[in-house]
Design a protein. Sequence first.
Length: 174
Amino acid sequence: MEKELLISKEEIQKRVEELAEQISTDYRGQEPIVIGVLKGVIFFFADLVRKTTLSTQIDFIRAASYGSGTTSKGEIRITKNVEVPVAGKPVILVEDIVDTGATLTHIIENLEQKGVASLRVCTLLDKVERREKKVRIDYAGFEVEEGFVVGYGLDYNEKYRHLPDIYILRDDMS
Ligand code: PRP
């Protein structure tokens, strides 16, 4: 696999600033709880939260899929839930990438059961073409096409997460 630069760290930071500005405007006067979906989200989450001008609380949630087939993700379970109380609070859910939408759908159901006052979704990357479950995305950084996207938290078999830029993996033969 060869990796080809897709989004540079400068482009990422510029877009993260824009998203943070938009979120800061939309939530002015509120103190939302920002929840990151581990673990691909970590760098995006850290950059985004620090660029907002809001007084936020942060927490994390983690989901894993089991028995996945070739086209679907299989059963999704929450393996680490949020710890701060979210009932009656405005919540912003932050993802690194939305693919089929299965993970997000499951997490949204979980948070809605906890009685959040409102819930918006922010994702750095949106792989629209692969969507299987309809999910509303309120803030999206970049739309990406099919293929393995790595770097800035995103992995391929746990590799490449540490890279500051985002790359697409290409088959050597193609
Ligand atoms: C990725 C990503 C989303 C999910 C998106 O996480 O962070 O949570 O997959 O896919 P979906 O829309 O098809 O459900 P992954 O399971 O790779 O875990 P990671 O963040 O720990 O790498």
